[in-house]
Design a protein around this ligand. Sequence first.
Ligand SMILES: Nc1ncnc2c1ncn2[C@@H]1O[C@H](COP(=O)(O)OP(=O)(O)OP(=O)(O)O)[C@@H](O)[C@H]1O
Ligand SMILES: *[C@@H]1O[C@H](CO)[C@@H](O)[C@H](O)[C@H]1NC(C)=O
Ligand SMILES: *[C@@H]1O[C@H](CO)[C@@H](O)[C@H](O)[C@H]1NC(C)=O
Ligand SMILES: *[C@@H]1O[C@H](CO)[C@@H](O)[C@H](O)[C@H]1NC(C)=O
Ligand SMILES: *[C@@H]1O[C@H](CO)[C@@H](O)[C@H](O)[C@H]1NC(C)=O
Length: 480
Amino acid sequence: MLPGGQGSGGGRLGLLRWLGLRLWSRRGTLVFALLWFGSWLFLNGLVLVHRSIMMSDYCTDDKSQRILQRLCVEFGEGVVTGDMCEDMCVLGLVDYKRCLYYENGKKVMEGRWRGKPIILKSKLENFSSYEPLGILDYQDAAEDVSPLDMVFYATLEVRNSLGLAEADEEEEEGGRGGGGGANSSLARLWGKKLKKRDKSFSRAELASLWSLLQQEEYTFLRLLQDLSTHVAKVLGSCGHFYAVEYLSAGHAWDQNIFSLEDVVVPGRMGRDRAGPRGRWTSREMVHRIALSFLDMVWHFDNDFAHKLHLCDIKPENFAIRTDLTVVAIDVDMAFFEPKMQDILEQNCSSDDDCNFFDCSSRCNLSRRRCNPRRRNTNLQVICEKIFRPWFSPTLLGAKAGLPLQVELQRAVQECSETDGGVDEREDDAAGGRPGGGSSSRDIHQRLLNILTRLLHEGGASDEGRREREERGHAHTSLNF
Ligand SMILES: Nc1ncnc2c1ncn2[C@@H]1O[C@H](COP(=O)(O)OP(=O)(O)OP(=O)(O)O)[C@@H](O)[C@H]1O
Ligand SMILES: *[C@@H]1O[C@H](CO)[C@@H](O)[C@H](O)[C@H]1NC(C)=O
Ligand SMILES: *[C@@H]1O[C@H](CO)[C@@H](O)[C@H](O)[C@H]1NC(C)=O
Ligand SMILES: *[C@@H]1O[C@H](CO)[C@@H](O)[C@H](O)[C@H]1NC(C)=O
Ligand SMILES: *[C@@H]1O[C@H](CO)[C@@H](O)[C@H](O)[C@H]1NC(C)=O
């Protein structure tokens, strides 16, 4: 088909010249045809790969709406329930918008509930695909299950799915008691909330709750709801579907990671300081988001009974609220310390065998086993993968030379490199060695300090210029 294929015939020179002429006159057409063919092949390949990955389960509006209709039929039959069911199935207050994602049965859809944007999620399409709650089989159909029994089962399930060994928790509770602000037994905390109910649970309630508890993400989010602003809020549920707040997810291709157009500026400071539209500059927003990242890291390291490790750090796995708080949205790769240690402790012949995505440890060569303690930290990976691209000199342009910016770049660079030896230092007493280089804690403090100063500086000095800039390009605010 291609001209090259005919080159083997006689009169090679003539043919070549002929081809050359043809090519010359039709080069445009040929190039176009080749490109077209190429992209056709590429697209076909893409669709094939896509289909096989998704197991020919791609997301269509039609399918999604049928799934929700089935859910409502089950609600009508009294099989499932939840605080969102009536709004969804009777009052029509939940609108389906579009589907976002199907993978191996996992459903993620966008919708609106009473006018508020939400994300609807379920790990499996059908309620019947979840394992039924065993005790319902033994229980008399008329008899409801006491909240106490439910607490027992739910707590077990939560511990299991998050890898919080019971023994560990007791130990932590006894050991840490006063210090560190450790928020003792996570699973028990959740149990307490269930226990507050004196009414017993109906079968539909139990079955629905049970299907939700089989979804690790739901369990994780519920557990941390009141403890953390850095996880998505669970707004409600119906059967095996739960709704979380809609957030603006990050993108690798966006220079600012997050699209900052939708951000609303809070009244107090914003209105009297910022421009006529009451907006922050995108630089200011990036600084504020960076501060929220720091807050999140600190919080995940210190505020739970077990450290929470984020093992898949990339822009797509974080989102922001309109108030610029950072939220970790892919919690499938977030592990509490006990589970982290289980994951890391593998046979090894070198350090390379001890990496689990962004979480890594060292190979103990005498034991040929990876150290169960993680070597790097959440902060280190965030510096490397989020902060460094954000604050790189090439993106900053002329502003890169400002002293505070230089200081920030240096701190970020150092933070990305404070890899080795972090865990040894942390194994020492909580105070660590005062003069011993930059520990994770020091570098956190330094970044916090620089970013805070940058925010102050931005607010105080170039206010006039900022306002002018704002008026000038309201829509190009993506570029600092
Ligand atoms: N609260 C949210 N607000 C807005 N978008 C969201 C929210 N939660 C998830 N998404 C989007 O929905 C999609 C899939 O969601 P989710 O991250 O739960 O699936 P996942 O299986 O964990 O994805 P992955 O396999 O990529 O890790 C993602 O593209 C994400 O950006
Ligand atoms: C879900 O249920 C529907 C209707 O009962 C069925 O057609 C579909 O195959 C089921 N899906 C899965 C993944 O089991
Ligand atoms: C747990 O955290 C909450 C809020 O963060 C706090 O009020 C409470 O005192 C903490 N409990 C313990 C035991 O540290
Ligand atoms: C790890 O090594 C031990 C012996 O050193 C061996 O018994 C065990 O099977 C190995 N485990 C795996 C998963 O290879
Ligand atoms: C390796 O493991 C052995 C046995 O548990 C231990 O004594 C040693 O200190 C470890 N080495 C390192 C470098 O951690």
